[in-house]
Design a protein around this ligand. Structure first.
Ligand SMILES: *Cc1c(COP(=O)(O)O)cnc(C)c1O
Length: 373
């Protein structure tokens, strides 16, 4: 039989598929255990906003209809929230969609994208899919002011005439590393005009008001800046797939030329709009996350485990040995965490922050597991 992989374009042949967190149903099937908690995909342990759930109920009978391809109502709400014109907004099937569209719109095999080691797995996938040049820059070492963080100076130096995109997630996933406002501002102000600066703010809602670095406030100053946001994390709508980009209208216009006309479904549009208005839910998500994060970081301190201080809803823990046996022990106790060997971090696990009960169970189990090593 013909080898269909050989028929794929060369960039795609070299790709490794994204490895998602293990679904609860799969672990139930494999181990026959119940009471499983999933702390593997940075999902919101509070579920979706109740207002979002309520808002989509009446829409179920309209599922025969196509969604609003322009997402008018959601864009209007977002434009108000961010104080931008509606034509600065591009909606995506999750912000993943936005990242892929940017790569498709701006990259070719002759052009490149700069991103840091240990940054979000979707950047190399999006770049590879269009066969473009990877300009992956080594991250800062563990023993630095910003453990595993972006080496901003090296990233700037790497930008050349062929570079068209820079990807930075702030806070970053899977590390949780965070770039302070002034450092990020200085970086962006040095990115040349011909390079689209993609600032991925998937976890922005988890930072406090004082420490928050909101790149959308710089859009007017930097026409080459694209800020991406998502409803998958703090807003608790990962299953519906909706995110968006804020940018100069001319960039939005370019992305819109290749966007699938109905890339965001009708339930997602309405749920996102309702979630946006539910500030009380967002505040609760933030509070629960902070106490869970404190609990887990304290536990690591007690156990002498290294970690990257996190501004997200997850913690990257360094077990100073192959993390897979620890992953397996947690799994057999019904706790799904995330191995990050595929990111080049075989000694680490990324653990998402759950509810208080879930974090109590996790930290107790971690104490047992690490005590018996
Ligand atoms: C989770 C995540 C996203 C968003 O994913 P969606 O496609 O919006 O669900 C984007 N960037 C980073 C860094 C993430 O961790």
């Amino acid at each position: 039989m013909i080898d269909f992989k050989d028929l794929a374009v060369s960039g795609v042949q070299k790709l490794k598929p994204y490895i998602p967190g293990k679904p609860i149903s799969e672990l139930e099937r494999e181990l026959g255990i119940e009471n499983i908690i999933k702390l593997a995909s940075n999902e919101n342990p509070l579920g979706p906003s109740p207002k979002a759930l309520q808002a989509i109920q009446p829409l179920l009978s309209d599922l025969a209809l196509y969604p609003d391809g322009n997402g008018f109502e959601l864009k209007k709400a977002l434009a108000e929230k961010h104080n931008v014109d509606m034509d600065c907004i591009t909606l995506g099937n999750g912000s993943n969609d936005i990242l892929v569209l940017l790569a498709e719109a701006f990259l070719t095999p002759q052009l490149g994208a700069v991103y840091s080691q240990y940054s979000f797995a979707v950047y190399p996938i999006a770049v590879q899919a269009v066969g473009a040049i990877h300009q992956q820059i080594p991250a800062l070492p563990w023993e630095s002011d910003s453990p595993l963080g972006c080496d901003l100076d090296a990233m700037l130096k790497a930008i050349n005439d062929q570079t068209r995109l820079v990807f930075i997630a702030n806070p970053n996933n899977p590390t949780g590393a965070f770039i302070q406002k002034q450092a990020l501002y200085d970086f962006i102000s040095q990115v040349p005009e011909h390079v689209i600066m993609v600032l991925d703010e998937a976890y922005l809602e988890y930072t406090t008001e004082e420490e928050c670095v909101d790149g959308s406030l710089w859009l007017k100053e930097f026409p080459n800046l694209v800020v991406s946001r998502t409803f998958s994390k703090a807003y608790g709508l990962a299953g519906l797939r909706v995110g968006y980009a804020l940018s100069h209208p001319d960039i939005a216009n370019v992305i819109n030329r290749i966007r699938q006309p109905f890339n965001v479904n009708s339930l997602a549009l309405t749920a996102a709009e309702a979630a946006l208005a539910d500030t009380e839910f967002l505040q609760r998500a933030r509070t629960v996350n902070q106490s869970g994060l404190d609990l887990l970081q304290d536990c690591c301190d007690r156990l002498g485990l290294g970690y990257v201080p996190s501004k997200g809803n997850f913690l990257l823990i360094d077990f100073a040995q192959d993390a897979m046996p620890i992953f397996d022990k947690l799994l057999h106790s019904g706790i799904i965490t995330r191995p990050v060997a595929n990111y080049g971090l075989p000694n680490c696990l990324r653990i998402s922050i759950g509810t208080e009960d879930e974090m109590q169970r996790l930290t107790k189990t971690l104490e047992q597991v690490c005590g018996s090593l």
